[in-house]
Design a protein around this ligand. Structure first.
Ligand code: F1P
Length: 346
């Protein structure tokens, strides 16, 4: 079974190749539904996958915490495809969820980083993210590589199921190929993010908000802050703010606003106005050249213009860097945060 992970990942201007899933491609092409199971950061990557598979491959998706899925009595059929995502490939809850799926006729794929891990052995096929060894306990590059694989998978299936035209498919691959260069541009601005970190290093709480593909990124940004700097942080869909979290906003509350460069931009402008009207502090992640939010926010972090399909890959980088600098300034050990284990095997 491990051999099914053997295939290489590659992508050129016109084609994506995910060798590890070739053997099950017929099942993938006719999948009726995708169920993604994972924990922690990997679960956030799964949420990004949900938007991508639905939008670009037109396959209905459910994303479940593996830690709860294992206690369910899932209704799974032959044409269901389950994708288990795990950096370590050893997470006990994700393995238990996989074992539950194995009692059914559904196909199971794994997306893991560690070759030969239990999850790669217990799934029908899968993809290694080849993200190298994560030194830090809190996942960072595992998240971006998991999303890269999910994006590639969504585009590949979108093209095979004819949900994407040949030119759309090619255009999206080009966007994906440009991501590393754009991430380098963000990294050049690290000193500006460190300056923002210095202003907020002593806060007790923070809120993160985003819409669409940037909603899971908001969740992940909040989790990174919690995990490595021990600041209480929560991520919300931006429109959910007025259903409760807005009550928390005062002059001591920083709000990280992730503004997409699409038709939802105006809505984020309104969300930021609501925060400012309550004296909250706004740190906005915007597309380079932004004119409106720049005037409203207390701080802005710019990311290069990109297609929305790859926006999570860019938008999460400044959030990871911000958490890193805040944690360092608070004297926290960013690689070995208290109470956390790299592989949660019990
Ligand atoms: C899941 C996870 C990580 C988190 C920490 C504890 O691990 O929740 O997302 O950063 O390391 O475990 P995995 O299943 O992705 O290995």
């Amino acid at each position: 079974i491990q051999d099914t992970f053997r295939g290489r990942i590659s992508m050129d201007e016109s084609k994506i190749f995910l060798g590890g899933i070739l053997d099950v491609m017929p099942q993938l092409i006719k999948a009726r539904r995708i169920i993604i199971v994972a924990c922690g950061t990997s679960w956030h990557a799964g949420l990004v996958g949900e938007y991508l598979f639905e939008q670009y491959a037109r396959i209905p998706v459910e994303v479940e915490y593996a830690s709860e899925f294992r206690y369910r009595d899932p209704i799974l059929e032959k044409d269901d495809l389950v994708i288990a995502i795990s950096q370590s490939g050893e997470t006990a809850d994700t393995l238990a969820a996989i074992r539950k799926v194995r009692e059914t006729d559904a196909t199971i794929l794994g997306i893991c980083n560690v070759a030969g891990s239990s999850i790669s052995r217990e799934t029908d096929a899968g993809v290694y993210t080849h993200a190298g060894i994560e030194i830090g306990v809190a996942s960072t590059k595992a998240f971006t590589s998991q999303i890269t694989v999910l994006t590639m998978m969504a585009l590949l299936l979108g093209s095979k199921r004819q949900a994407l035209s040949a030119s759309e498919y090619k255009h999206l691959i080009k966007e994906l190929i440009q991501v590393p260069k754009k991430i380098e541009e963000i990294l050049k601005e690290e000193h500006k993010i460190a300056e923002i970190a210095a202003v907020y290093k002593d806060v007790s709480n923070a809120l993160y908000m985003g819409r669409g593909l940037l909603f899971p990124v908001a969740l992940e940004g909040a989790l990174k802050l919690k995990e490595i700097s021990y600041i209480h942080a929560e991520g919300y869909p931006a429109a959910e703010m007025k259903h409760g979290p807005i009550a928390l906003i005062d002059e001591n509350m920083p709000v990280l606003a992730l503004a997409a460069n699409d038709e939802s931009y105006e809505k984020m402008v309104s969300n930021i106005q609501e925060v400012k009207a309550r004296k909250g502090k706004v740190i906005a992640v915007v597309t380079k050249g932004d004119k409106i939010i720049r005037k409203m926010a207390d701080h802005i972090i710019e990311i290069p213009d990109c297609h929305e399909a790859v926006s999570p890959l860019l938008a999460v980088i400044p959030l990871q860097i911000l958490s890193y600098h805040i944690a360092l300034m608070r004297g926290c050990n960013v690689d070995q945060p208290r109470n956390l284990a790299k592989s949660v095997t019990v």
